[in-house]
Design a protein around this ligand. Structure first.
Ligand SMILES: C[S@@+](CC[C@H](N)C(=O)[O-])C[C@H]1O[C@@H](n2cnc3c(N)ncnc32)[C@H](O)[C@@H]1O
Length: 222
């Protein structure tokens, strides 16, 4: 079995799953989760859920649409002796509770970019051609699953339709959202080789080096 170290947590994975990234790490480290009831939406093999559960969350529920991810998330929760309620759900479909914090790192990369980067193995569910369909759905429906003082933490990349995401922030969380972390990442060889298919506004060129960006936003219900 393959093992990966995520912030000093050992996680098992195989070639059919999404492996935690720098974005997963920054999301874990920049989210205010201690003492909270949490929903990890798009949990993958469980890095965020296990990290939160091991480091002071009050309770953690974790959902994903992909069976292989749920299998590994359960295995990784057990391996790390954490109690996490892990269940299958297409976004909020099977969610019935309200949370202090919804932490959402659901697929947010345009489908063709997701395929070419190698970040998303063939079987892993991806966003559509805009890269924003899942994120927009979560923003639009999240308030129903947050307590009155609850917070949605949501991860985005420059490989998604940022304009529509900002419009949704304004529509559903007017004046109550802020960027809590952002980082520019140099292109991999594969991205540089496929630059022709990328929108010009999805990357930034500085001194001959191309960078994509990921950002983490906090949206407050109140
Ligand atoms: C970018 S990966 C992040 C996984 C994990 N949060 C991490 O940090 O490693 C996106 C996750 O969203 C899940 N996903 C995609 N579509 C989904 C949907 N409709 N409902 C729930 N989860 C979904 C994928 O299966 C995948 O686990």
């Amino acid at each position: 079995m393959n093992k990966i170290n995520f912030l000093n947590i050992e996680l098992e994975y195989n070639e059919k799953v999404f492996r935690p990234t720098l974005l997963s790490e920054k999301c874990a480290l920049n989210t205010n989760f201690k003492g909270k009831n949490i929903l990890d939406l798009g949990c993958g093999i469980g890095p965020l859920a296990v990290y939160f559960a091991k480091n002071g969350a009050l309770s953690v529920d974790a959902i994903d649409i992909y069976e292989e991810h749920l299998k590994f998330a359960k295995r990784n929760a057990d391996l790390n002796k954490t109690e996490i309620n892990i269940f299958e759900s297409n976004l909020f479909q099977n969610v019935s509770k309200k949370y202090d914090l919804i932490c959402c790192d659901v697929s947010g990369v345009r489908e063709e970019v997701a395929k070419l980067t190698g970040w998303f193995p063939e079987e892993v569910p991806k966003a559509d051609g805009s890269g924003a369909n899942l994120i927009l759905n979560v923003i639009a429906n999240s308030k129903e699953f947050l307590k009155d003082s609850g917070e949605l933490v949501i991860c985005t990349t420059s490989f998604s339709d940022q304009k529509s995401i900002f419009a949704a922030f304004e529509q559903f969380y007017p004046n109550s959202y802020q960027e809590i972390y952002s980082e520019e990442v140099p292109f991999s060889k594969r991205l540089n080789q496929n630059i022709d298919i990328l929108d010009r506004d999805s990357f930034n060129e500085k001194n001959g080096i191309n960078y994509w960006r990921f950002s983490i936003f906090s949206l407050s219900k109140r």
